[in-house]
Design a protein around this ligand. Structure first.
Ligand SMILES: [Zn+2]
Length: 394
């Protein structure tokens, strides 16, 4: 996300998914294959009892699932999935017994499942990453005027973030092809929308044609890429390159914007910190070690490390919304003062009053290039009215 939350989450999500569907040393091992063959034959196809802790299953998945706890049924654990899980631990135990290193399986370290969730720590931290979006957008609604130029954009940003983390939690709970696809698509939506948000902030949202054009460009980019994800085979390498390139570009652009606006808008340090922090935390993803207590791996720690970032980011958002409103107010004040020509300017004053009623309060601010176009139109309209009045023969 850089801002970073979306975009960088996307990067890491992609990085994880890249390895997910590839074969690993664990699932390629003879121990694992032998176990799976036995389990599939005996547990999933035969009704004979199995030793070594496997329960008695048969080929009927419905009947198998009916023997499972509700959470296992709800998360759609099939007999084969269950074999995969038990054989993974069987292989790990055998290898550790012979002092061999713990391998990965299907691109993942072995995790202890919790209530059917495959990566419980990542599920928890994904939820914790999503909740701040809900909390902070609520705070924005309490403290920011709906007339603020970026008000709706940040709402959409929060929606995208919530949706992304929801599917992240679902994916980490169960890595099915559908949940994997949704995680890919939603992670990329955060990457793209973060970049889109930056340009909407720079170019303004008051000119609907301009804002619509920007949104269309990024939506096209998103659809173009998602098309590859949905179509049959996914080019993981290409997918990751696109996400990394888009995310890093977004980060660089936000940091550049922050640097250039640091004097006029001192609060941009918050956005800069978030952008930098996400990149630094990303290094956690480089860690390759078996999960601590078979629960916490590098990826889950990355998710844990980003939980605080939305609070700082939305704090920046609130400050920025206030800043934009102040800019509007200052321009209004200047125009109001210079346009005070008595009764003949009643129409002008009415325009100003309308804008004040719409939620603008009188505050000071610096002149800047981020003025909304609709606001400029109002100023233009007022100036034009004034010119007409002055040109009228007395
Ligand atoms: Zn994840």
């Amino acid at each position: 996300m850089i801002n970073g939350l979306g975009s960088l989450y996307g990067l890491v999500s992609m990085a994880t998914c890249v390895v997910m569907t590839t074969a690993s040393a664990g699932d390629k091992s003879w121990l694992f294959h032998r176990c799976m063959w036995d389990c599939n034959k005996q547990a999933c196809r035969d009704e004979t009892k199995i030793s070594k802790g496997f329960r008695q299953f048969n080929h009927d998945e419905t009947e198998f699932q009916s023997t499972q706890p509700w959470y296992m049924q709800w998360l759609q654990w099939s007999c084969k999935d269950d074999c995969d899980y038990h054989c993974m631990w069987h292989t790990v135990e055998e290898l550790r017994h012979d002092n061999n290193p713990v391998p990965q399986f299907h691109g993942k370290w072995p995790f202890v499942r919790f209530y059917g969730m495959q990566e419980p720590a990542s599920v928890l931290f994904s939820i914790l990453n999503g909740l701040p979006h809900i909390y902070m957008i609520h705070k924005i609604r309490q403290t920011v005027s709906p007339k603020s130029p970026m008000y709706n954009v940040w709402h959409m940003y929060a929606m995208v973030g919530i949706n992304t983390w929801f599917w992240s939690a679902v994916f980490h709970a169960r890595d099915k092809p559908f949940t994997e696809l949704m995680d890919y698509c939603c992670a990329f939506s955060s990457v793209v929308f973060s970049f889109c948000t930056l340009w909407l902030r720079i170019l303004g949202t008051e000119n609907r044609l301009m804002a619509g054009s920007v949104a269309t460009v990024f939506l096209s980019l998103y659809v173009y890429h998602v098309r590859f994800l949905v179509q049959g085979r996914i080019d993981y390498s290409y997918n990751m390159k696109v996400n990394v390139a888009t995310g890093l570009l977004t980060s660089a652009c936000w940091l550049t914007w922050c640097f250039r606006r640091r004097r006029e808008q001192p609060y941009v340090w918050k956005a800069a910190i978030v952008s930098i922090a996400v990149v630094l935390l990303l290094s956690l993803e480089l860690g390759e070690f078996p999960p601590y207590m078979w629960i916490f791996d590098a990826h889950s720690l990355w998710h844990a490390g980003t939980v605080w970032l939305p609070f700082l980011w939305y704090s920046f958002v609130i400050d920025d919304c206030h800043y934009l409103m102040n800019q509007q107010n200052k321009q209004l004040k200047v125009t109001e003062t210079s346009g005070d020509t008595g009764d003949v300017n009643d129409g002008v004053d009415d325009d100003v009053d309308d804008m004040h009623r719409s939620g603008v309060s009188s505050t000071s601010g610096d002149n800047n290039i981020w003025m909304g176009n609709s606001f400029n139109k109002s100023l233009y309209k007022m100036s034009r009215n004034k010119a007409r009045v002055e040109a009228r023969p007395h």
